[in-house]
Ligand binder design. Sequence first.
Ligand code: GAR
Length: 201
Amino acid sequence: MRIAIFASGNGSNFEAIAKAVEEKRLSVQIASVVYDKKDAYVQTRAKKYNIPAYYFNFSTYQSKESYEQAILEQLKRDKVDFIVLAGYMKFIGRVLLQAYPNKILNIHPSLLPQFPGKSGIADAFKAKVSQTGVSVHLVDEGIDTGPILKQMCVSIDKEDTLESLTEKIHRIEHHLYPLVIQEYSEKLFKQLTNKADDNLQ
Ligand code: GAR
């Protein structure tokens, strides 16, 4: 199965996935990286793994639809089976949702439905809850909504700072995301092969 990873910034989750592929803990091919912020560090990480990275500048498109249409054409050229969002800070619109139904995964640094949005870790820390976590879910038209595939809890201890909590969350993310991607790609692969069998009968 071929995936595209969408990111907007640092790309540590991209790197955790790329490393898992390299170490054969994850049997997908990363066809490409799509990013939407010119200086996103993820492009440097992609180079290190020899993975093509494409920059799409939203402000140069007339609409969300034309922006996503351009991305979709690239995904088709790269024969991408499903999309993995890893710190991609834009909501996914109609064009990509229709092209990839139930085939877009996202990771979010909280126990959804708590603390959605761009600052899930800080929001949980400020709220002084005793535990937060990481969620991997399928993407729908909402922001960090959609069916949850897997969650892991992270405790917020008295001595935690925002920095130590961020570190704990990222460690869990880097462990969890490759596992869920592996499971989900096996499921999609089965669906595809069953469909192919049905077509033959
Ligand atoms: C990750 O913590 C991810 O869960 C979060 O962005 C970070 C990206 O880090 N995503 C969201 O908040 C989505 N709403 P990375 O660029 O180092 O992978």
